[in-house]
Design a binder for this molecule. Structure first.
Ligand SMILES: [Zn+2]
Length: 249
């Protein structure tokens, strides 16, 4: 059976199909699932603030499948904004430490990874269904970002090699790395810009000394540089947690 993103999200959250029994065959406007006579469905309907017409799988079908139906409420838009969804349930995917953990250890496929970048963003019905733990897509806001998991660890190592050579010091939150800007929601147009100069050496000198590390960094997908935001700051979440504990005591 072809599983859509909405099927996986509902399975993870234990949501049953909602709606009336379909009197005829059709296609879900949102996720594109086939609807057979007798399947649960509702009539397609969106409010005037719905901005995602371009992403509809089947505009004009007039039908919404039983799994997309419960995902449309504002409470469910909030509940599905960030998470990794699979048959095993929902893993957190909002705090930096959780994002890093999820990217390195995705669940058994099929799974869906969602990372909303604004409030009430429709995420659950239009993400990619991932069938591999080594090559997968994360829905970040309006984009599907490709990530090759085996590349992530080599990229972290390459960043540390280049950063250390340039004299860039690790901090309490962050490993040594040559990036000037890394944006967790990709709203910064300078995301993935590299520092031209460190305290000790330039980027060109680092590239000459470690050509493989430099080429690896240059070959990262947008998804992989996005992942670096979280993987290069392994203690960001831990420190925030420690600070809030400190504030309480
Ligand atoms: Zn659907």
């Amino acid at each position: 059976m072809h599983l859509t993103s909405s099927d996986i999200v509902c399975m993870a959250m234990g949501l049953k199909p909602e709606g009336a029994l379909a009197p005829h065959e059709g296609t879900c406007s949102f996720c594109g699932k086939n609807i057979w006579p007798g399947d649960r469905y509702t009539k397609f309907s969106v409010g005037p603030s719905f901005m995602d017409v371009a992403d509809l799988a089947a505009r004009g079908s007039g039908m919404t499948c039983g799994h997309c139906t419960p995902l449309m409420s504002s409470a469910m838009l909030r509940a599905t904004a960030n998470g990794i969804f699979s048959e095993g349930g929902v893993q957190p995917f909002a705090k930096w430490v959780d994002v890093a953990r999820g990217l390195l250890n995705p669940p058994e496929p099929p799974f869906v990874m969602l990372y909303a970048t604004r409030k009430s963003q429709h995420m659950a019905w239009r993400a990619r269904v991932n069938l591999s733990r080594d090559l997968f897509y994360v829905r970040v806001g309006l984009r599907d970002l490709k990530i090759r998991r085996p590349v992530l660890l080599s990229a972290v190592q390459a960043c540390q090699t280049l950063g250390s050579f340039m004299g860039i010091k690790p901090t309490a939150k962050s490993l040594a790395h040559p990036f000037a800007v890394l944006s967790s929601d990709l709203k910064d147009p300078a995301h993935s810009l590299l520092r031209r100069k460190g305290p000790e050496k330039t980027l060109d000198e680092a590239a000459e000394a470690y050509p493989e590390a430099y080429q690896l960094i240059q070959s990262l997908t947008l998804g992989e540089t996005w992942a670096m935001r979280f993987l290069l700051s392994p203690n960001a979440g831990a420190q925030a947690a420690a600070q809030s504990e400190g504030a309480l005591s």
